[in-house]
Design a protein around this ligand. Sequence first.
Ligand code: MOS
Length: 703
Amino acid sequence: MTTATTRTTTAQRAVGTAHTRVEGRDKVTGAARYAGDIPFAELAHGWLVLSSVARGRVRSLETAPVLGMPGVLAVLHHENAPRVDSDHIGLLGVPPEPTSVVFQHDRVPHMGWPVALVVAETSEQAREAAEALVVHYESEPHDVAFSGGHPDVYALDGHMPAVTEKGDLEAELAASAVVVDEEYTTPEEHHSPMEPHAAAARWDGGRLEVVDSNQGSTWVADGLAKLFSLDPESVRVRSEHVGGGFGSKGVRAHQVAAVMAATVLQRPVRVVLTRRQMFALAGYRSPTAQRIRLGADADGRLRALDHRSVNLTSTVHEFVEPSAGVARVMYDADAHHTANRVVRLDVPTPTWMRAPGEAPGSFALEAALDELAEKCGIDPIELRARNEPERGPVSGRPFSSRDLLACFREGARRFGWADRDPRPGLRREGRWLLGTGTAAASFPAGAGPSTAVVTAEADGTFTVRIAAADLGTGARTALTLVAADALEVTTDRVRVRIGDSDFGPAMIAGGSMGTRSWAWAITAAAGELRERLALGTAVPPEGVTVRSDTTAAIGALAQKERHSFGAQFAEVAVDVATGEVRVRRMLGVFAAGRIVNPLTARSQFVGGMIWGVSMALHEEAVRDLASGGHVGADLAGYHVATHADVQRIEADWIDDPDPDDPVGIKGIGEIGIVGAAAAIANAVWHATGVRHRSLPIRPDRVL
Ligand code: MOS
């Protein structure tokens, strides 16, 4: 470990240089196969049937007519499906999400709850039969109405923690020369990865093999082994190519249903979610209602900061969208309070979605900072500079590195911020009002234990095996660069194999921790292998293999406030006739550790910023209070930013290697979206003089 650490700091060759995706050719030629594409002999197809009531129980299912339909092989439901053991804790430290534990009882806790799986010879036959299946329900009154003022709002004991309190908030607010006290809301937002969830399961010589689309093959293998009470060695999950995940691709109903059907029928079964089913089964970002109170002296120095957020969860599982967490890192105040609370409703359980907490939390906090800057008559960047904390405001820990102000300086220079007239509503170009805005961004920089296996092959090449997942971000390519440097060879001699639980435990592609965690394990194994080879070990025909495990090294990391930071800038044009907001340009400058592959990293930052445009202006799932289901649960009804919404978006970074990481990585998966919506909302205020505290900033809200 030590040798690897010192080595990579002195000889960086591939890391930091642009490299096209190693699997790029396979992807554009169609040779890359995804979970829904991989052929199996004797493959049967499962189609999930989802509840059409929001609360109640299944009274009966009319299976006989469906079993007589062409090609139908089975109908699984709560009366006949295999029993599973859901009383366990998964690899990520939480019990399985109940919507994934299908067909175990007759209760229906939300609209879109899986009530049956119809299996047939073809996908079309399965679908037709699933749509013909009559299910009788006993329905009960439901409550799906979210508001921050819901009477049943509560804080979870011991959740990360739910509430932090320092100082006398009311006293500091009373003593403040300037106070901002506002409510901000963000809507329910949904996962829309290009590739819907898909899994094929089969029993092969006593082993369960699942070909899946996920963010961690050992994560899913562990979950399935525990649910089906199998020896972990007898479960193999492969996930070679993944078309996006963003937090939605863990253990879910489709894999569990596929395994049940493969077990019952003793033949391979695939289950693919439709885009509509994803609105109920893939998880989503909870709506939030946030109240921010800021109190400051006339010079902008914060005396009081209060950030309270409420999100919803289901009646079957607690999920917190920790939106107030961002205030615990960004700004200090003499009195500093934060709270994340939840309310249980008859809805599907929300889940992680790119920058959970930080994305909606930064919208509220960074918009409130802009309101404070306006009230104080201070430039928004200067206001942030005056409130730059020395240590973590809540943790009290030193920052591993914090270069937020350098991001603002570089961003302001490139964006042309110095020329900005701070007064709102002054710039007009025909029917368009123009404005600019800025916001800060941050996201935790963590690492999780992983194992890597690196082999020196007899032909002079090297094979790296690690159960990493490449969600389309370019992780496989980044790891190739890291391995090449650690082995001191060129990238063409390195082959990185990922997405196979047989490679051993590894961090998931999540929490912006994937590449860093895997790179650490690869660097450790490759460094040791290089030393062995340097000792003159001849490479035998089967190769020389070294395996690493970073559990101890990561456990020994000093307790610090570890984050990436960034500055977001946006210019908008607002149509005074239609209320349409156009984002004309955005610039994000990030301090996010060493950038492994500038080509794919830039795309990842820009992708996050585009999602920020989408969040600011378009995305909003609307729930029908009467039925408890969605209005327009598809990509026609649920708007995401399209090509025409994206004009000039640039992302760049400043040098910010993590001082404690063998490669200097911090992680870039999520920070691109953080602060992006606030920068746009702040620009809309600058254009129009009107504050928008509810997302999305729809034309009808602007007019
Ligand atoms: Mo991400 S929300 O950690 O997949």
